[in-house]
Design a protein around this ligand. Structure first.
Ligand code: TPP
Ligand code: MG
Length: 926
C-alpha cells in the first residue's frame, strides 16, 4: 500500500472522506488536527456541562487535575524497545487470564499478544509470567484511561511479590484463621439448626481486615464504615470487632439483643451491626459495620451515605471550611464487601458505582472485597452472570481489580496494602476479588451436592485454609502444631465460657449515644405538638437572602422576574407566600438555627417543576451559586444541594445512611414524580420503614413525593399513598402516639409544609417523614399562606378545619386530604352549598383522631360522613381512613372517588376530565 493509500484509508475509517478531497496527505492531516482542536475547545470547562461548580460549593470541590508525565528517559527507552514494551504491556493487560489464583472463568484463555519468537527475552518472560500469571494473584487495570494510574499500578503490582510479611504478622494471621475455623465448628456443634452463613472456605478474609486496620491507623483514619453481607460476618465481629459471643448465644437462645425495656423487634444474628472503638497498636479507630438486611447489597449505599455524613460531621475533605485545598476526606474510609453472585446480580451495585465520583455523593473512593466463593446459593458463575469475572462491573468506573487466591492469606495482606495505597493515592474505588470456596451448603443446613456434586467432591476432600496455613507455618517453624492447637483450645474454652455467660448476659443500650445523646424514643401514648413558628422579621431576612446573589452574578432575566422579584414582593407584603418560598424559609431557618440541610434527588437544585431554584446559575460562566449558604448571622448551618444521578435505590439508600448518622442534619430526598420511589422499595421497606423497630436506628429522613391527579396519566399522577399507609403501624382500633414508625402528611398550604419540615429536627425524637408533595399547589393562588401562619406559636396542624361554614348548618361532613380539597371547595362555592363542611386530614399517620373528634363534635346536625378522594377506590387513603373512622368515631363513612382500577390514572384526556368533574360533584350528592 502506498503512503497516500494508507492515508486515504485512515481518512475513510475516520469518516472524513466527504470533507477531504485533497490528495496531499500532509494537508489532510493538518485538517484533521484542526478539527480535533476545535472539538477540544468545545470541551473547555465552561462549556462542558450545563452548569458546574468549578469554584466549589458546599460539600464539593472539583477533583484536582494532576499533572503527570512519564520521564523522558523512560519514554526514550520504550521507544527504542517498542516491541518489548508492547509485549510487557500485553502481559499487564492479559496476564490475569493465565494466572492461577483459582478457577478461571471459561473462555478467557486467549491472548496471542503474549507469544514471542525471540529467545533473548527469556528472563523477562519468566519475570512477567511470575508477576502477571502467577499462582496467588493477578490484576486487571489495563482499561484505566489515566496513564498515571496505570503506571502507578504496574509499578506497585510488579513489586508485590518482592515484599514479605513479618513472622509476627504471620502468627497473628494464623491465630485469626484458627479462631475463625473454631468459631464455625463451635456454632455447628452447639447450634446445629442455625443458619449462620459461615466463613468456612473464606477464613482468609480476616487477614484483609487485619491489614486494613493497620494501614488505616498508619494514615490516621478515625473511622471505617463497612457494608458487609452475611458470609463470615459473625466470625469477623466476634473475633476482631469485640462483639461478645454471649450476645449471639443469648440471641440464639431466643432472647433479644436489646435490653429488656427496649421495644425493638430485633433481627437475626447475621444482620447484627458493630459500632466499636478498636485499639490497634496503641491507636484508636472507630469501626462501624452497618446493618445488613436480607436484601443483599442494599446496605452498600447506606454505608456510603454514612461515610459521607461522618466526613461532614468531622468537617473533613470538601466539608473543611479552613483548608480550602482539601477535596477528599483524610479521616473516614468506606469499605464494601460483596458476595460474588450478589455483586454481579444486584442493580444497586451499578448505581453505587455510578454514584462514586459524582459531586455530593463522592466519599473519596471505596475499598471493595468480593467474597468470591464462586457460587450463589446453588447457582454457579456462568448461570449467575454474563461477564467473565464476578467483579467485571468494576470496570465500568475503571476501578482496578486484584484477583487473589483465598488459600494465600499473605498475598491477601500484600494486595490489601496495595489496594489501600491506591485508594489513598487516587481516592478512587478499588476491588479485591477474593477467590475462595464455601465448605458447606448455602446456610450450612442445605446440601450442596444436590446441585454441585463435582465441586463438592473436591471441597470435601481438601484441607481447610486455616489447617493448610498453620501446617505451612509449622513447617517453617514459625508456629508449632502445639501452639496452634493451644490457640484453638483456648478459644473454644472462651466460647464455652461465653455460652454459659449468655444466660446472665445483659445487652447494653447502644442507641441514642454520642451524637444522638439528646434524642429519645417517641411516646406511644400521645402525639406532641411543636411550636415551629418564628418572628417574621427573621423569616423575611432569610427569604430575601434565598433570592440574593453577588453583584457580579448574572442571573437569568426571566428568573429574576418570576422568582427573585416575585419572592421579594411576596415576602415584603407578608402574604401570598408560596410553596417554594415556604420551603426556603424552613430550610434557611433551620440553617440559621445551626442545622445542616441536604436536598438530594434528580434535578432538585432547580426543582422538577422549576419552582425551587435553590441554586442559581450564572448566565455568563455556568457557575452555580447557592444563596442560602451566604446567610449572615445565625449558627452557620449549611445547605448541600445534591443533584443526583438518575437512580432511586442507591440515592435513597445513601440519604438514609446520612440520616441515621447525624440527627441534627435534615436530609431531604425528592422523587422526580412520587411513584419513582418504587425503584427504591427495598430501601423503604427494609430500612426507612422498619429500621427503628428492628434495630433502634431512628432517622428523620424526609421523602418528598409529588402526587396529584392532573391528567398526566398513570405514573406521574400517584405516589402510591396507599403503599405508605400500608407500611405504617398506625392503629386501626386505638389512637396513635408519636411512636408510629413513619409520619405521612399531605399538606395543603405552604405554611403547613414549612412547619412539618422544621418539626423534623426540632423534636426530641426522630421519625421519617413522607410528604405527599404537590404539583399544581406550587403555583395555585388559593394555596398560599400569610406571615401570621409562620409566627411564633404556630405549628403543623394535623387537621385543617373548615372555617367557612356555620356549624349548625352542617348536615354533611366531607373528609379529604391533599390538593383535592381545593377542587371540592371550588365546587361547593360554585354550587352555593352551605350545609357541607370540608375537613382536611393533613396528617394521615399518626391518624389525627383527637382533632377529628374535636371537629366532628362541632357538627351536631351532621348525618352524612363522606370520604372524598381523587384516587381510585383501591388506592389513596380510603382503605386506611375507613376502619379508623368507623372504629374510633363510631359512624359509617361513605366512599366517593374513582372506581377500582389496576393503574392509577387514565391516559385519555377526556376521560380524565369527566372523572375529575365526577369526583368533586358526587361528594355533595351522595
Ligand atoms: C436481593 C436478594 N435476593 C435473593 C436473596 C436470597 N439469597 C440469599 S443468599 C443468596 C446467594 C448469595 O450468593 P453470593 O452473593 O455469592 O453470596 P454467598 O452466599 O455465596 O456468600 C441468595 C440468592 C437475597 N438474600 N437477597
Ligand atoms: Mg457466593
Amino acid at each position: 500500500m502506498s503512503k497516500n493509500d494508507a492515508f486515504s484509508l485512515v481518512i475513510a475509517l475516520l469518516g472524513y472522506e466527504h470533507i477531504y478531497q485533497s490528495s496531499d496527505p500532509h494537508i489532510m492531516l493538518r485538517h484533521i488536527f484542526r478539527i480535533k482542536i476545535s472539538a477540544t475547545l468545545l470541551h473547555s470547562p465552561a462549556l462542558r456541562r450545563t452548569y458546574h461548580s468549578e469554584k466549589g460549593v458546599f460539600g464539593y470541590r472539583p477533583r484536582p487535575k494532576r499533572q503527570f508525565k512519564v520521564s523522558e528517559e523512560v519514554l526514550q527507552s520504550r521507544n527504542a524497545q517498542s516491541n518489548v514494551y508492547r509485549w510487557v504491556e500485553a502481559y499487564r493487560k492479559h496476564g490475569h487470564k493465565f494466572a492461577n489464583e483459582n478457577v478461571k472463568p471459561q473462555g478467557l484463555l486467549n491472548a496471542p499478544e503474549l507469544e514471542t519468537t525471540t529467545t533473548t527475552v527469556d528472563v523477562l518472560e519468566l519475570l512477567l509470567k511470575q508477576i502477571y500469571c502467577g499462582n496467588a494473584v493477578s490484576a486487571e487495570f489495563a482499561y484505566i484511561e489515566n496513564l498515571e494510574e496505570r503506571e502507578w499500578l504496574s509499578k506497585h503490582f510488579e513489586q508485590l511479590k518482592t515484599r514479605s510479611v513479618s513472622n509476627d504478622a504471620r502468627k497473628q494471621i494464623a491465630e485469626l484463621l484458627i479462631k475463625s475455623q473454631a468459631w464455625d465448628n463451635f456454632m455447628a456443634i452447639k447450634f446445629p439448626t442455625v443458619k449462620r452463613y459461615g466463613g468456612e472456605g473464606a477464613e482468609t478474609l480476616l487477614a484483609f481486615f487485619w491489614q486494613l486496620l493497620r494501614d488505616s491507623i498508619q494514615v490516621d483514619l478515625s473511622h471505617i464504615v463497612v457494608a458487609m453481607s452475611h458470609r463470615g460476618r459473625t466470625a469477623l465481629q466476634t473475633i476482631m470487632l469485640n462483639m461478645r459471643p454471649a450476645k449471639i448465644f443469648r440471641k440464639l437462645k431466643g432472647e433479644s439483643e436489646f435490653p429488656k425495656d427496649c421495644q425493638a423487634m430485633s433481627d437475626v444474628i447475621s444482620h447484627f451491626h458493630t459500632s466499636e472503638d478498636l485499639e490497634i497498636d496503641g491507636k484508636t479507630i472507630h469501626f462501624n459495620m452497618v446493618r445488613n438486611p436480607s436484601h443483599l447489597e442494599s446496605g452498600n449505599p447506606v454505608s456510603m451515605g454514612k461515610t459521607r455524613s461522618k466526613q461532614q460531621t468531622l468537617k473533613d475533605g470538601a466539608f473543611n471550611d479552613g483548608n480550602l485545598s482539601m477535596e477528599f476526606s483524610s479521616k473516614v474510609l468506606n469499605v464494601i464487601l460483596h458476595g460474588d453472585a450478589a455483586f454481579a446480580g444486584q442493580g444497586v451495585n451499578q448505581e453505587c458505582l455510578n454514584m462514586a465520583y459524582v459531586p455530593h455523593y463522592d466519599v473519596g473512593g471505596s475499598l471493595h472485597v468480593l467474597i468470591n466463593n464462586q457460587v450463589g446459593f446453588t447457582t454457579p458463575g456462568e448461570r449467575g452472570r454474563s461477564t467473565d469475572y464476578a467483579s467485571d462491573l468494576a470496570k465500568t468506573i475503571q476501578a482496578p481489580v486484584f484477583h487473589v487466591n483465598g488459600d494465600d492469606p499473605e498475598m491477601l495482606i500484600q494486595v490489601t496494602k496495595l489496594a489501600f495505597d491506591y485508594q489513598r493515592e487516587f481516592r478512587k474505588d478499588v476491588f479485591i476479588d477474593l477467590n475462595c470456596f464455601r465448605r458447606w451448603g448455602h446456610n450450612e443446613l442445605d446440601d450442596p451436592t444436590f446441585t454441585n456434586p463435582l465441586v463438592y467432591k473436591i471441597i470435601h476432600t481438601r484441607k481447610s485454609i486455616p489447617d493448610l496455613y498453620t501446617e505451612k507455618l509449622a513447617n517453617e517453624s514459625i508456629l508449632t502444631t502445639d501452639e496452634a492447637l493451644k490457640i484453638r483450645t483456648d478459644y473454644l474454652e472462651y466460647l464455652n465460657a461465653e455460652l454459659i455467660a449468655a444466660s446472665e448476659y445483659e445487652p447494653e443500650a447502644s442507641y441514642f449515644q454520642k451524637q444522638w445523646h439528646h434524642i429519645t424514643t417517641a411516646s406511644s401514648d400521645y402525639v406532641t405538638y411543636w411550636d415551629t413558628g418564628l418572628d417574621y422579621a427573621l423569616l423575611n431576612y432569610i427569604g430575601q437572602q434565598s433570592v440574593s446573589y453577588p453583584d457580579n452574578f448574572k442571573i437569568h432575566p426571566h428568573l429574576r422576574k418570576i422568582h427573585v422579584e416575585a419572592r421579594r414582593n411576596k415576602l415584603n407584603a407578608g402574604e401570598k407566600i408560596d410553596w417554594s418560598t415556604a420551603e426556603a424559609l424552613a430550610i434557611g431557618s433551620l440553617m440559621y438555627q445551626g442545622n445542616n440541610v441536604r436536598l438530594s434527588g434528580e434535578d432538585v437544585g432547580r426543582g422538577t417543576f422549576s419552582h425551587r431554584h435553590a441554586m442559581l446559575i450564572d448566565q455568563d460562566d455556568n457557575e452555580m451559586y447557592i444563596p442560602l449558604n451566604d446567610l449572615k448571622g445565625g449558627l452557620g448551618g449549611k445547605l448541600e444541594i445534591a443533584n443526583s444521578i438518575l437512580s432511586e435505590e442507591a440515592v435513597l439508600g445513601f440519604e438514609y445512611g446520612m440520616a441515621i448518622d447525624n440527627p441534627d442534619n435534615l436530609i431531604i430526598w425528592e422523587a422526580q414524580f412520587g411513584d419513582f420511589a418504587n425503584g427504591a422499595q427495598i430501601i423503604i421497606d427494609n430500612f426507612i420503614i422498619s429500621g427503628e423497630t428492628k434495630w433502634m436506628d431512628s432517622n428523620a429522613l424526609v421523602m418528598l413525593l409529588p402526587h396529584g391527579y392532573d391528567g398526566a396519566a398513570s405514573e406521574h399522577s400517584s405516589c402510591r399513598i396507599e403503599r405508605f399507609l400500608q407500611l405504617c403501624d398506625s392503629k386501626e382500633t386505638d389512637s396513635d402516639g408519636d411512636h408510629v414508625n413513619i409520619n405521612i402528611v399531605n399538606p395543603t398550604t405552604p405554611a403547613q409544609y414549612y412547619h412539618v419540615l422544621r418539626r423534623q429536627v426540632l423534636r426530641n425524637f426522630r421519625k421519617p417523614l413522607i410528604v405527599v408533595a404537590p404539583k399544581i399547589l406550587l403555583r395555585l393562588p388559593a394555596a398560599t399562606s400569610t406571615h401570621v401562619d409562620f409566627q411564633p406559636g404556630t405549628k403543623f396542624q394535623n387537621i385543617l378545619p373548615d372555617v367557612t361554614v356555620q356549624p349548625n348548618d352542617v348536615q354533611r361532613v366531607i373528609l379529604c386530604s391533599g390538593k383535592h380539597y381545593y377542587a371540592l371547595a371550588d365546587e361547593r362555592k360554585a354550587q352555593q352549598i352551605n350545609n357541607s363542611a370540608i375537613i382536611r386530614l393533613e396528617s394521615l399517620c399518626p391518624f389525627p383522631l383527637l382533632e377529628l373528634q374535636e371537629q366532628l363534635a362541632k357538627y351536631r346536625n351532621a348525618k352524612t360522613f363522606v370520604w372524598s378522594q381523587e384516587e381510585q377506590r383501591n388506592m389513596g387513603a380510603w382503605n386506611f381512613v375507613k376502619p379508623r373512622f368507623e372504629n374510633l368515631i363510631g359512624k359509617p363513612l361513605l366512599y366517593c372517588g374513582r372506581v377500582e382500577a389496576p393503574t392509577s390514572a387514565t391516559g385519555v384526556g377526556k376521560i380524565h376530565k369527566q372523572e375529575a368533574e365526577e369526583v368533586v360533584r358526587r361528594p355533595f350528592q351522595l
